[in-house]
Design a protein. Structure first.
Length: 341
């Protein structure tokens, strides 16, 4: 069973040869609303927020934010890369930030396959009219998983990936049996039922009401002084939108029921076969969400992956230690053979 890309009548159709999961791209008509600070892109009927800095530069970077965050979380990084000669795109993944927050009825499940679709169309419709060079993807947490997904399924478009850090447990030699297959089907049905009746609207209200977002940020950030009002607004404002709960429901169902071909273990194995996409992991020594031992496990099992550990930093190194993150990323990119600038 393989994942492939095929062009038919100007449409990109992503699909598995077996299974019911389908990812479909169409070169649909889209409109842009532009402003000095932001842009909106109509992606298959959904408004998507994005921005660009260093538009005159030739080497494209796409920044992919983590769960609960948005493109604004790269506030300390995008200008740096633009000054270094990169054309830097930041995008709000669908369901997050200022992008549309569709529910199951509007879009079905939301998972890294769908976000990979979004990035693919973004490259074709927004980046390609200005630049033909391969893309560098830089992701934080969930954005790293999306970047990894793109590196496998859009490998002809991607030059390299920087993941900081990479979520998803690394499963090696996962056993299969009839009993496990039955249990999996039961689990999927249970997840659907649970999240359809679980009162996420009330949960999100309570999260905002009792300042749980600040508690979560204190857990994610090792350097507490970096948790400012702007950061809290970046994380909390999208949660206040009336469509937030329905979109979160689609994400929970999507991420918990996705097939193995969208999980980090499989994706890393696929990249290992060719090693065509250079891959850098930047991991915070004090990451409480995704412990460092998982990063070491990935680097140990996949020796072609490079791991850099940042001491006294947490889950969001790009925002917590931006100067160090920017310097490491730029130097690593500059050392790539096809990317001397």
């Amino acid at each position: 069973m393989h994942f492939f890309v095929k062009k038919i009548n100007n449409a990109n159709i992503f699909k598995f040869l077996k299974g019911s999961y389908r990812l479909i791209h169409m070169n649909c008509d889209y409109t842009l609303e532009n402003n000095d600070d932001f842009n909106f892109w109509n992606w298959n009927g959904f408004r998507i927020f994005w921005s660009v800095k260093g538009k005159e530069n030739k080497h494209p970077i796409i920044l992919l934010h983590g769960f609960g965050a948005s493109s604004k979380h790269w506030r300390k990084n995008s200008s740096y890369f633009a000054k270094k000669g990169y054309c830097v795109y930041s995008i709000d993944l669908i369901g997050f930030g200022n992008s549309a927050q569709p529910g199951i009825r509007e879009i079905g499940k939301l998972d890294n396959g769908v976000w990979c679709n979004q990035v693919s169309d973004f490259i074709q419709q927004i980046v390609r009219p200005n630049c033909s060079k391969k893309i560098i993807l830089i992701g934080n947490s969930l954005g790293s998983l999306v970047a990894l997904t793109c590196a496998v399924y859009l490998k002809n478009e991607i030059l390299s990936v920087i993941a900081s850090p990479l979520p998803d447990p690394l499963v090696i030699n996962e056993s299969r049996s009839k009993i496990k297959s039955i249990l999996k089907k039961f689990k999927i049905k249970f997840i659907y039922l649970f999240f359809k009746i679980f009162p996420l609207e009330i949960i999100l209200f309570l999260i905002n009401k009792f300042g749980i977002i600040r508690i979560g940020l204190n857990f994610a950030y090792f350097k507490k002084e970096n948790i400012d009002k702007e950061l809290i607004d970046i994380i909390s404002k999208p949660v206040l939108r009336k469509t937030a709960a329905r979109s979160l429901r689609a994400m929970c169902i999507g991420m918990l029921t996705r097939g193995n071909k969208l999980k980090a273990s499989y994706l890393l194995e696929q990249l290992s076969l060719s090693k065509e996409v250079p891959f850098l992991l930047i991991w915070g020594e004090k990451d409480n969400f995704i412990p460092l031992f998982l990063g070491k496990k990935i680097a140990n099992f996949h020796r072609w992956v490079e791991l850099k550990i940042i001491t006294n930093s947490g889950h969001c190194i790009h925002d917590e230690d931006p100067s160090l993150f920017n310097k490491i990323s730029h130097e690593w990119i500059s050392d790539l053979k096809p990317f001397k600038i």
